[in-house]
Design a protein around this ligand. Structure first.
Ligand SMILES: Cc1ncc(COP(=O)(O)O)c(C=O)c1O
Length: 410
């Protein structure tokens, strides 16, 4: 057994020496007082080991819908009515009426014939892309370089050929498409809002290339749904392009403030995935409370556009404040605000000082989530971040940025 332990410890030491050993911030989010939470400092934080209240600046619960009375009530009511578990896989007693209602609603949201739920957005990507690549003979994936880990895993597991095009580079994509025989099955795999840089894909142009070269399109809208488009239908809907995309993948864990993932597409495609995807078939379906919260979140956004408006107003305010400060940031057009530090140790230091000195929690993002040299803080806010809180955040960040003598990363 010693040999095994030595191996594991050596690998952990490698992470520590590269400053990318992940330290999870121990939080209790306040349901009644977002965006605040109680932070439990680690034991080694000896100066002050007592929990203290911090503001969260890196949540993916973008619209704060996990705190909305209607989503909370829906979860409680569904648990009281149906119990805590679905009790089985979708095929064996685990398809509740709520699952069917939610799939219908997701299909309508994305203007597709049909939708299918998965345990998470990760599983939706992994299972769908694996199944496509395994089942469709001679398929080739054309994947944007920056797609999410779950999409990469799915394509890899399928063992189908995968050609990577430069990030959002239409010329490179077209050259690669040209080199493939017209009738060979192809799927272009990309993301509407890239999670770490926050940039938005050229959806219209990629769809046009797909049509020209006889390819299917697979679009991850995980960071788009909830936040963009009427009722939270995502970036493709906001741009009037949803019908140009063959398969839209999304989740409930970010803009919808809940949990679980899905795909939406044509009836035959979704039915095909339902019948062949191991990651869909051989796992317990989502608990009733989770599906009920998903339905409630969609209802809330459909009837109350002011939640999205208030969110985007705050994002614009934060960007404006940052523009006027000494802190450089990338405005890539979405709600995700990356502040590149470019060094893992200094990024950790910046995050730690914000937390311990100003009660501001922003998780440092290091390799392999982002490339080495582009370590960053990834700032996200919610409608619950007041303008005063934003002012405080920018002044605290500016103060530490100056003290640490941080520069714009190359
Ligand atoms: C682009 C993208 N796709 C998929 C996922 C996975 O979604 P989930 O958290 O629901 O598993 C994430 C999660 O961060 C993501 O950023």
């Amino acid at each position: 057994m010693n040999g095994y332990a030595t191996f594991f410890q050596k690998k952990i030491q490698e992470l520590r020496s590269e400053h990318r050993y992940r330290v999870f911030t121990d939080l209790e989010r306040f349901q009644k007082n977002p965006p605040f939470a109680s932070w439990h400092p680690p034991i080694q934080h000896e100066q002050d080991p007592k929990p203290r209240t911090v503001a969260v600046w890196c949540t993916n619960d973008y619209l704060g819908l996990s705190h909305h009375p209607e989503t909370i009530n829906a979860q409680i009511k569904a648990t009281e009515t149906y119990g805590t578990s679905s009790g089985g896989t979708r095929n064996i007693s685990g398809t509740t009426h709520l699952h069917n209602c939610l799939e219908k609603k997701v299909a309508e949201l994305h203007q597709k014939e049909r939708a299918l739920l998965f345990s998470s957005g990760y599983v939706a990507n992994e299972a769908t892309l694996t199944t496509l690549g395994e089942q469709l003979p001679n398929l080739v994936f054309l994947s944007d370089k920056n797609v999410h880990a779950s999409m990469i895993q799915g394509m890899r597991h399928s063992r189908a050929e995968r050609i990577i095009f430069k990030h959002s580079d239409l010329n490179d994509l077209e050259n690669k498409l040209k080199s493939i025989e017209y009738n060979r099955p192809k799927v272009i795999v990309f993301v509407s809002v890239y999670s770490m840089d926050g940039d938005i894909a050229p959806i219209k142009e990629i769809s046009a290339l797909a049509k020209k070269y006889n390819a299917l399109t697979y679009l991850d809208e995980v960071h788009g749904v909830g936040v963009y488009g009427q009722g939270g239908a995502g970036v493709s809907a906001e741009l009037g392009l949803a019908s140009d995309i063959d398969i839209i993948q999304g989740n409930f864990a970010k803009g919808f403030g809940g949990f679980g993932g899905y795909i939406a597409g044509s009836d035959s495609f979704v039915d095909f995935i339902r019948g062949y995807a191991s990651g869909f078939i051989f796992t317990t379906s989502l608990p009733p409370a989770i599906t009920a919260a998903g339905l409630a979140a969609m209802d809330v956004l459909a009837k109350d556009p002011s939640i999205q408006e208030s969110f985007h107003e705050r994002v614009a305010y934060l960007k404006d404040k940052l523009t006027k400060s000494i802190v450089p940031f990338y405005d890539t057009g979405s709600h995700i605000i990356p502040i590149i530090v470019g060094d893992a140790a200094r990024c950790n230091q910046l995050s730690y000082q914000l937390l311990t000195e100003h009660n501001i929690y922003v998780q440092p993002i290091n390799y392999p989530t982002v490339n080495r040299g582009s370590e960053r803080l990834r700032i996200t806010i919610t409608p619950h971040h007041s303008f005063e809180l934003i002012d405080h955040f920018v002044s605290a960040l500016s103060e530490i940025w100056q003290r640490l003598e941080l520069k714009i990363a190359a």
